[in-house]
Structure formats: structure tokens, C-alpha cells
Unconditional design. Structure first.
Lengths: 79, 303
């Protein structure tokens, strides 16, 4: 079953672009939350990740902070 | 055994890889990210051939070109290199060891840290080194930008439109280009504090305040802020070769004009070296030179 993936990002963040490019290459679909467009979702980011920084990816409840390719790959491989 | 291991995949490392591949050298790149600090440039207007391109786009083009040559890029940090009997061994973060006849170090730089209480604990919890990335998360909040150079005042300028109040705190005043200084100095929501040391970042789970001390009077004060943007320059990522290669007083790897270090077969290129001018176009050129020097070295080994 395809994983439920959510990406918290800002439009100006380079690592967010790389992360999205990486997910596109893996052909996985994801929901994007642009925090510049939806600033009220910052609290949601904080609740989920304990972080005030982007990118943050949530894959089936597992939180990956930053563009951590190695961890993303291992989580995606297990889903 | 590889002909050459390239460490780092910024402008220098990726250019070196393409040059090495064109010389049919058996090569591999170890890196923890593609693009390096070049990614942080929102707009590059001085890389020839492109009038205006973002760092992300330019580095994606570099990567594409590396991939055309089927050069493997492995996402691992090299923790140490040693050389024994003419052979280099790279020790990777997963415990693996890889051998090569030559090595090109192109690990670039990382943002410099303040090294003060609370800084480490609050990274991603209010402390950030990338205003371009994280500024939108601080909409309507009070923030501090530490530093007085171009990067710092660019961040101030960006944050003035987003945050409620921006404290610009610098140890020795502003050194940024006058154009940038003028852009921010008259804003209504800026408070400029020059001649201050920042001594601690404090809070519960997230940053709540910072403590600063006047260099002149020694007087301390607290500022309630939710974000601390640290923009005090960068430092070379040279620690892992410190035992092998000669570094200068800035911890940059000493290279000659052919990108040779003091160790035969060990080359270095880009912003991690003492070559003047930290620019993308310079780093790319240095990477090309390093690969060609490594090629010459391998030919001599064979003879």
C-alpha cells in the first residue's frame, strides 16, 4: 500500500526542493504543506516534529527532519 | 581499487568528477549532500552562461552532467583518510573502508557556529543558519540576526518583511555592502545593536530569549526572541584530513596552483582550500584543475 507522505516546506528552502525532487524520482506521491502560504500550520509542524525548521517529512507517522536521504530511503523501502 | 575518490559534491567536486571521468579514471564521489553551500544562493548572477539561476537549479544541472558520465555518488561521510605504502584509505561513516590511488578533497564549508550555551540544543527549535529556508516560520514573531556581513543583512532584510521585530546584533558593527545597509537601516521594526557579544540562548523546549553583553560597558541584557538566525560566516570542512594534510591558520587546506597538497596523491579544490575567492565559478575551475593534476599523478605512478 502506498505510504501516506506529507512534506512541510517553504518555497525558498533549497533542501525542500531537493527533497521534493528526490520523492519525484522515487515516484512517490506526497501532500505538500507550504508554510509560507499557510503560516497557521507552523503549530502543526511543531506538534508533529518538535521542530521549527524545514523540510520535515512525515511518512506513515514516522518523522524525518531535514533532507536525510539515507533515512528517507530506508523508510520508503520498508513501506 | 579506485583511481580517485572525490569527497564532496559541490561545484568543485562535481566538476572534478566530470574531468576525471573524461580521462577514464575509475572514480567515485562520497558526500552527504549534492550542491553544498551553493544551494543556499537564491539567485546567482555571475556563473557564466546563465544570466540568473538559483543555486538549486545550477547544482541540479551539475548533478545531471555527473550522472551522464555514470559516476557513482554515494551518500556517506568520510571520517578519516590515511595513506600507507602509496595507497589511500577512506574510512566511511558506516565503518566501510575504501581504497584509492589518489584522493580529491572538495568538502567545501559549513556555516560557522557561535559556540555558546544553548546554541546546539536549540538548532531546529528557533536557532537556524539558513534564513532563506526558515524565515517564513517566524511570521509575526520577534527574532534576532547575529552578524554584520552581507549574509546577515540579507537575512535581516528578508525577515523585516516577515517577523514583527528584528534585532540586528553584531560584535564589531556592520561590514555588509553599503547598498544592503541602506536597505534595512531605516525600517520601523529593526533594532540595531552593534558591539555586543551574544552569551547564551535560553528557553524551555524552544528559544525564548537570548542574553547579550555590551563590549563597551560589560552590561548584560535579555532579549525575548523566538528565532535566532546565525550568520557569522563559514568554516572549511577540513577536520577529517587534519592529521594528513597541512592546513593554514584558517583551517583551510594548503594547495599549490596545481591543487596539490603536501601529501603526494592528495589533492584539494574549492572553498575548503586556501585558494583565494570563494566563488562557484572559481570552485568549479579548481575542481577541473585538481582532476587533471590527479590524472597526471596516476600516469607518473604507472611509469
Amino acid at each position: 500500500m502506498p505510504a501516506n507522505i506529507k512534506v512541510y516546506s517553504t518555497p525558498t528552502c533549497a533542501y525542500c526542493s531537493l527533497l521534493k525532487q528526490f520523492l519525484a524520482e522515487k515516484n512517490v506521491e506526497y501532500e505538500e504543506v507550504d508554510l509560507a502560504a499557510e503560516p497557521d500550520k507552523v503549530n502543526e509542524l511543531v506538534d508533529i516534529s518538535g521542530q521549527l525548521g524545514v523540510p520535515v517529512t512525515v511518512i506513515d507517522g514516522q518523522v524525518v527532519v531535514g533532507y536525510d536521504r539515507v533515512r528517507l530511503e530506508s523508510i520508503l523501502a520498508a513501506t | 581499487m579506485k583511481d580517485v575518490i572525490i569527497i564532496g559534491a559541490g561545484p568543485a567536486g562535481m566538476t572534478a568528477a566530470v574531468y576525471a571521468a573524461r580521462k577514464k579514471m575509475d572514480c567515485i564521489i562520497y558526500t552527504n549532500n549534492v550542491g553544498g553551500l551553493a544551494l543556499w544562493s537564491a539567485g546567482i548572477e555571475n556563473y557564466m552562461g546563465y544570466h540568473l539561476i538559483s543555486g538549486v537549479e545550477l547544482m541540479a544541472k551539475f548533478e545531471e552532467q555527473v550522472k551522464e558520465f555514470n559516476i557513482p555518488i554515494e551518500y556517506h561521510t568520510v571520517e578519516k583518510i590515511d595513506k600507507e605504502a602509496g595507497i589511500f584509505t577512506a574510512h566511511l561513516d558506516n565503518g566501510e573502508m575504501v581504497q584509492a590511488k589518489s584522493v580529491i578533497v572538495a568538502t567545501g564549508r559549513s556555516p560557522r557556529h557561535l559556540k555558546i550555551a544553548g546554541e546546539k540544543d536549540f538548532v531546529g527549535k528557533g536557532v537556524t543558519y539558513c534564513a532563506t529556508c526558515d524565515a517564513p516560520l517566524f511570521a509575526g514573531l520577534d527574532v534576532a540576526v547575529i552578524g554584520g556581513g552581507n549574509a546577515a543583512l540579507s537575512s535581516v532584510s528578508q525577515l523585516l518583511n516577515i517577523a514583527r521585530k528584528v534585532y540586528s546584533i553584531s560584535q564589531y558593527g556592520w561590514s555588509a555592502d553599503p547598498v544592503l545597509q541602506e536597505r534595512v537601516m531605516h525600517a520601523e521594526n529593526i533594532e540595531v545593536l552593534k558591539g555586543y557579544d551574544i552569551i547564551a540562548i535560553e528557553g524551555q523546549n524552544f528559544v525564548e530569549k537570548i542574553r547579550i553583553r555590551s563590549k563597551k560597558t560589560g552590561e548584560e541584557q535579555e532579549l525575548a526572541v523566538r528565532g535566532v538566525f546565525i550568520e557569522i560566516g563559514s568554516a572549511p570542512n577540513s577536520g577529517f584530513v587534519a592529521g594528513l594534510a597541512e592546513l593554514d591558520e584558517k583551517q583551510e587546506i594548503n594547495v599549490d596552483c596545481s591543487n596539490r597538497t603536501n601529501v603526494e596523491g592528495l589533492f584539494a579544490a574549492g572553498d575548503v582550500t586556501n585558494a583565494p575567492q570563494k566563488q562557484i565559478i572559481v570552485a568549479a575551475g579548481e575542481g577541473a584543475k585538481a582532476a587533471l593534476s590527479a590524472y597526471e599523478y596516476l600516469i607518473r605512478l604507472r611509469d
